[in-house]
Design a protein around this ligand. Structure first.
Ligand code: NOJ
Length: 753
């Protein structure tokens, strides 16, 4: 392959300078030399990120991308992959542009590229950061072989409002768990060395606070105190940045009245100065353009605001390319600011090794070997099994006895498309294994019955607001489907109802005001219940739902999320007891939408709930407690916890103590338990949450086996941001709780001296 002169000379310089200078100094020298040849327009061109082909998630489209690439007006593209396509585009750069600067190629590889793993909220329910890191590495393997350098992941927005559709893309409501998962994903994608061909650059998003949209309505306004930001919402972003994430994406929302994309405090003071971030900042889709609608200025003004705030790359707006040259000429933007942004983009390309090999990682052979490889499919199954949460299991309805006649009923039993969820990248849903296919393969002689029961989505409003092609319904009358289902259920010993949401009822622009199971599906479930047969509800959906009726009336409930390419096999293994459920929810499941926001790490108030007085914090028509608390999930076995033992009742400010329990598998099956440590700071200079997760361990136990599980508690673990935003621990009394979910009252007290 013919390589550009510039690239050859860069290679020569890199080789000959090797002994003399550090890699950082070599990079600086290379970028200095390159930038000294660039015109202002060429530098601005590097800041331009355009969308190819499809996956349009906003109000504008990128047009004439190829021509712009040839004209040197583009620094990167996204929504684009395959070795052939990427090679062609880089060839175009090498043969038809003056400076031959390779393009960055990005894509939303959120939970898999070709092999699709469970949605991120499901992956979080595994609480298995090692598994999540292995998955991110496997994702990078596939994506890089397909020509990608950059994923717009991890999404680390803390979310306490399940009405928000994008809760499916993140790790849930907890800052500590969210931070651990964020770090694991960055490690997995980047492997600590972006020059390795099988890595991709991570992009932490959406910076910041995007998950706190008022009313759970996507793109909505946010207003939040600094204390809440620092103590609750910012830790996952900071952890990802400090784990070495090379890029950050701005969010659509405003912060303190200034859109994040034009917010200098956020992007420069906090991100770069306080956290020391050295990578590149990209906007979200058309976020600069959208600042006009936020009402902070015209096209020139919002462009000026964004670059001066610290944005380096403009996704799809094309405002930088249009406005920056004149803004520099008029002195509203310093050329040095454009230089700094351009430098960061060139540095990213350099670190990825694109100047030495613009076709980095791209190879048909690698692609062939990597895509949907047996190892990746196994990883997918492992993750799917571990992500499934058993929410209820009365009278040991589960696991099922395969010798019985079992009716599988519902529109999701045989549906492949929905198994891979939203943001399924280049994943081919037709490869996904349905529950029906899985059980038929697993038990060729099984007595399994099937009925569709209802259409997946009947509401015309929801159908109009989701995928117009995906949620088409045929003209079978609903009454006919229902009658068939009831007939089928009556002929079975047990019913498995596979219900839930269409995949695009979660994700971007998919907020719901009502998070019940869809009405017509509930009608079906009630009819199944009335047959008197034991009913198992296997849910597929991307957010906590309000399941009070289901909890009160259905024998067993499994939350399977959208579990990915091998979803059906994983669900079958759990249903029939070949695997024991171990997932635990990372977002609180409310009883009613009226309780939202509801999260475990809330403040106590001056009138904590009490049954003894009307004048305490409560609803008159409903309990405060959630249906299922954060950290909750059942197993086919039982785990019993001893009381909490502390190694000492006082903690010196330079010491540590251990908090331990003996965990026993008191049931008759092997199983895994996610043991959780929570801390309560009883008195502080500011009010403190009633509990905060501070540690977790996944413990495997055989029937009858016991293990001691210990957590180290250091003063560092007790620190928080005080009213001066100072990170410190305060002496006084604390409670350490250890249990199987956030509702545990298993505790011991200690004092920090
Ligand atoms: C908009 C979404 O908010 C963001 O998460 C995504 O990465 C971009 N579109 C690019 O597709």
């Amino acid at each position: 392959m013919k390589k550009a002169l510039l690239i050859l000379s860069a290679t020569v310089c890199m080789a000959s300078c090797a002994e003399k200078s550090s890699p950082e100094a070599e990079m600086n020298k290379f970028v200095d030399e390159l930038m000294s040849q660039m015109t202002l327009e060429e530098k601005v061109g590097q800041l331009n990120l355009l969308s190819m082909w499809f996956d349009v998630t906003g109000p504008r489209m990128s047009e004439d991308v190829e021509q712009k690439v040839k004209d040197g007006l583009v620094g990167g593209v996204f929504n684009f992959w395959t070795p052939n396509a990427v090679r062609k585009l880089q060839d175009m750069i090498l043969t038809q542009t003056r400076l031959k600067i390779p393009l960055l190629v990005g894509y939303d590889v959120i939970h898999g590229h070709r092999t699709i793993y469970p949605i991120p909220l499901g992956l979080a329910a595994t609480w298995d950061t090692d598994l999540i890191e292995r998955i991110a590495a496997a994702v990078a393997d596939e994506a890089s072989a397909d020509g990608l350098h950059w994923t717009f992941s991890p999404m680390v927005d803390l979310a306490r409002d399940p009405r928000w559709g994008r809760v499916c893309e993140g790790a849930g409501e907890d800052p500590y768990l969210g931070a651990e998962i964020a770090k694991a994903m960055v490690r997995g994608y980047q492997q600590g060395d972006l020059s390795k061909q099988n890595t991709i650059m991570a992009c932490v998003k959406h910076f910041a606070l995007y998950g706190a949209a008022e009313g759970g309505r996507d793109y909505n306004t946010i207003d939040m105190s600094r204390l809440r930001m620092y103590n609750e919402y910012l830790p996952p972003y900071e952890a990802a940045v400090k784990a070495g994430a090379s890029s950050v994406m701005t969010s659509f929302n405003e912060i303190d009245g200034v859109p994040a994309t034009g917010n200098q405090w956020l992007l420069t003071d906090l991100l770069r100065r306080q956290w020391g971030f050295k990578g590149l900042v990209v906007t979200d889709w058309t976020a600069i353009y959208e600042m006009e609608d936020h009402g902070v200025g015209d096209k020139a003004k919002v462009t000026e605001l964004s670059i001066n705030a610290g944005v380096d790359m403009d996704m799809v707006s094309e405002y930088m390319i249009a406005e920056l040259p004149a803004l520099v000429t008029s002195g509203r933007v310093k050329e040095a600011t454009v230089d700094a942004a351009c430098r960061r983009i060139l540095e990213a390309k350099y670190r990825l090794g694109l100047f030495t090999d613009p076709y980095r990682g791209v190879s048909e052979e690698r692609a062939q070997a990597q895509m949907l490889s047996p190892e990746k499919l196994d990883l997918c199954k492992e993750a799917a099994v571990k992500s499934i949460v058993l929410l209820k299991n009365e009278r040991q309805t589960l696991p099922l006895d395969a010798s019985k006649t079992i009716a599988f009923i519902g529109p999701l039993v045989k549906n492949q498309r929905n198994l891979v969820g939203s943001w399924s990248a280049a994943g081919d849903w037709s490869q996904a294994v349905t529950l029906w296919d899985a059980v038929e393969r697993k038990f060729p002689n099984g007595k399994f019955l099937y009925a569709q029961g209802c259409h997946l989505v009947e509401s015309a409003t929801i159908r109009r607001n989701t995928d117009p092609n995906g949620n088409v319904i045929d003209d079978t009358p609903p009454q006919q489907l229902l009658a068939e289902a009831v007939r089928t259920a009556k002929g079975a010993d047990v019913v498995v109802a596979v219900l839930g949401d269409a995949y695009d009822m979660s994700g971007e622009a998919a907020s719901r005001s009502n998070i019940d199971l869809l009405d017509h599906q509930k009608t079906l479930l009630k009819a199944l219940k009335e047959t008197g047969k034991p009913v198992v509800l296997a849910l597929m959906n991307g957010r906590p739902l309000t399941l009070q009726w289901e909890h009160d009336n259905i024998d067993a409930i499994l939350e399977t999320w959208y579990a990915g390419t091998r979803a059906g096999e994983a669900i079958a293994d759990i249903l029939f007891g070949n695997a024991n459920p171990s997932g635990k929810i990372t977002m609180t499941f409310p009883r009613s939408v009226g309780q939202i926001p509801i999260y475990y790490n809330h403040k106590n108030t001056g009138r904590p709930f009490s049954n003894d007085s009307k004048f305490t914090t409560k609803y008159i028509d409903m309990e405060n407690t959630p249906l299922y608390p954060f950290g909750y999930g059942l197993s086919y076995t039982q785990f019993t916890y001893s009381g909490v033992q502390l190694s000492d009742s006082t903690l010196a400010d330079n010491g540590y103590l251990t908090a331990s329990v003996t965990l026993t598998n008191s049931g008759d099956r092997a199983g895994e338990e996610i043991v959780q440590l929570y801390i309560r700071d009883l008195v502080g200079s500011i009010t403190r949450p009633v509990k905060e997760l501070k540690g977790f361990q996944k413990v495997a136990l055989k029937p009858g086996e016991s293990k001691q599980v210990s957590f180290k508690i250091t003063p560092e673990l007790l620190k928080f941001y005080n009213a001066d935003l100072k990170w410190s621990a305060e002496s006084g009394d604390f409670l350490a709780f250890i249990g199987g979910n956030s509702d545990t009252d298993n505790k011991a007290k200690f004092t920090l001296q």
